[in-house]
Design a protein around this ligand. Sequence first.
Ligand code: 5HY
Length: 251
Amino acid sequence: MKLLVVNPNTSAPMTAQIAAAARAVAAPGTTIVATQPDFGAASIEGHYDDAFAAAGVAQQARLHGAQVDGVVIACFGDPGLDAAREACTAPVIGIAEAAFHAASFLATGFSVVTTMTRTCVIAEHLLHKYGFERRCRGVHGTDIPVLELEAAGPALVTRIEAAARHALQHDRSGAIVLGCAGMADLAAQLQQRLGVPVIDGVAAAVKFAEGLAALGLHTSKQGDYARPLPKAYAGWAASLGFAPSAVGSSS
Ligand code: 5HY
C-alpha cells in the first residue's frame, strides 16, 4: 500500500518531520510518499496562508493522487480537502477530521490545543463543518509559531503541556487533540505527562487511510466528489485542469 502525505506548507524540515511521524505508525508494507507544494507559505497561520495551502494540496492531489491508495493532508486546517477528494479516487483524510474522530472514540468531550490563537477560528469552522461542535469543548491557542515546532525544546513542550492542563480543567474534557502537524512527535510524551489520550492527527489520518484502503473503499465519484469538470486552466495551473478524457478515468 502506498500513501501520499502532503504537507501543505513549504517547509522542507517540517515535511521531513511529518514523514517520520507517518512512517513511525504506518503498517509493515505501507510506503509513505511525503510531498509539499512548490509554492505557498512556509507555515500556515491564517486564512491568506490557507488559501495557497488549499491550492497546493489540489496540485499535489492532481500530480500524485492516481498513483496512491490513500492521501493524508498534514495541516490542521485540512486545506483543500474537498478539492483533493474530487481529484482522487483514493480516500483522502485531513488530520483535523481524523483527530476529531479518534478523540470522539475515546472521550465524550475533547479539547484542541493549537499554535496561533488567530487560527483557532479555522479549527472551529472545521468542527462545525464535520459536525463535532457538540464533542469539542474548547479550542485553545498557545501562540507558538508553527515553525518553532521544527525544533521543539523542553520549554516549548512545557508550554503546550500547561495549555493542555488548563484546557482539560477549564473545558472538563477527557482528551487532547494537538492542533498542528508540527506537534506530531510530541504526542507520546504529552500523553505520558497528562495521563489522558493525546491525539496526533498525522498518526490518526495514516491509520484511517490505511484502514479504508484495506477495506477496498474509495472516495465516491457520485455527486460533489465526482471528478472535476473538464475545462482549460491558465497560467501556472495550466497543467492541473482535467482533460475531457480524464473525466471518469484515472489520468
Ligand atoms: C499545520 N499550520 O498543521 C497548521 C497549524 C495551524 O503550517 N501546519 C501549518 O496553526 O493551523
